[in-house]
Design a protein around this ligand. Structure first.
Ligand SMILES: Nc1nc2c(ncn2[C@@H]2O[C@H](COP(=O)(O)OP(=O)(O)OP(=O)(O)O)[C@@H](O)[C@H]2O)c(=O)[nH]1
Ligand SMILES: [Mg+2]
Length: 228
């Protein structure tokens, strides 16, 4: 008899400055549509997508599309609990939104908690959206964008267009793959309490996977920290 596939729920946050295209990316990915009318998100919007990952696993994705305006709102932090991964979006036609991505990344890193209230350091992927608005010869290479994002502390970077459906499926697959790898990897970072000698071993074994883990490692070393 064939085994039933496992169904896993993944909570993914979508963050970034106002008008960068968070709702448009979420809508494009979950519903396959785009609208050019702009309606600012108030608080948070939800999008879901069910997908067959492989023969053994189906995923129920919950996309939490946060309002860009609400960055400083304290209530936003309550949305972060149980987040397994995040997408941070900037607008390639507005350089300042890229710089602001760092603030969003830091805010997620500081505030994302597991259900047991330990810090979770979810993987965060950076998207440069609205690439359809750039002239052909101004479009940076995928490699360049990815490297820049890694240098900024993201797990990677991808250029996207919600309008023309460019890069979004691949970006989501990259993030999901990273989330699943971390779920499967039993060598997670744990809360570093006084006298927990094993931390170093855990860090060494887990850190090669991503640059994000390196960031987490730095945090462990500099703060009381805990990690993925
Ligand atoms: N040309 C182009 N326009 C886009 C793209 N993505 C979004 N837009 C437009 O940009 C505007 C803002 O998009 P939203 O998705 O609402 O932006 P948001 O980040 O959710 O904004 P807030 O909810 O206010 O934080 C809308 O008019 C969209 O149609 C894109 O890839 N290309
Ligand atoms: Mg929105």
């Amino acid at each position: 008899m064939e085994e039933e596939p496992e169904i896993m729920s993944l909570k993914i946050l979508i963050v970034g400055e106002p008008t960068v295209g968070k709702t448009s990316i979420s809508r494009r990915y979950s519903k396959g549509i785009f609208t050019s009318a702009y309606k600012s998100t108030i608080g948070v919007d939800f999008f879901t997508k069910h997908l067959k990952w492989n023969d053994k696993l189906e995923l129920h994705l919950q996309l939490w599309d946060l309002a860009g305006q609400d960055k400083i709102g304290l209530q936003v932090r309550t949305y972060f609990k149980g987040t397994l991964g995040a997408i941070c979006i900037y607008d390639v036609t507005q350089e300042k939104t890229k710089a602001k991505s760092l603030d969003w990344k830091d805010m997620l890193t500081e505030n994302c908690l597991r259900h047991d209230n330990t810090q979770s350091f979810p993987p965060i992927l950076l998207l440069g959206n609205k690439v359809d608005l750039l002239e052909e010869d101004k479009i940076p290479s995928d490699n360049e964008i990815n490297k820049q994002a890694i240098n900024m502390g993201f797990i990677g970077g991808v250029l996207t267009s919600a309008k023309n459906n460019i890069g979004i499926d691949g970006a989501m697959s990259t993030l999901i793959t990273e989330i699943l790898q971390r779920q499967e990897n039993p060598l997670r970072f744990i809360i570093k309490g006084e006298g927990q000698e094993k931390d170093k071993d855990i860090v060494q074994l887990a850190s090669p996977q991503t640059n994000n883990s390196d960031q987490a490692l730095k945090k462990i070393e500099t703060e009381k920290g805990c990690c993925y």
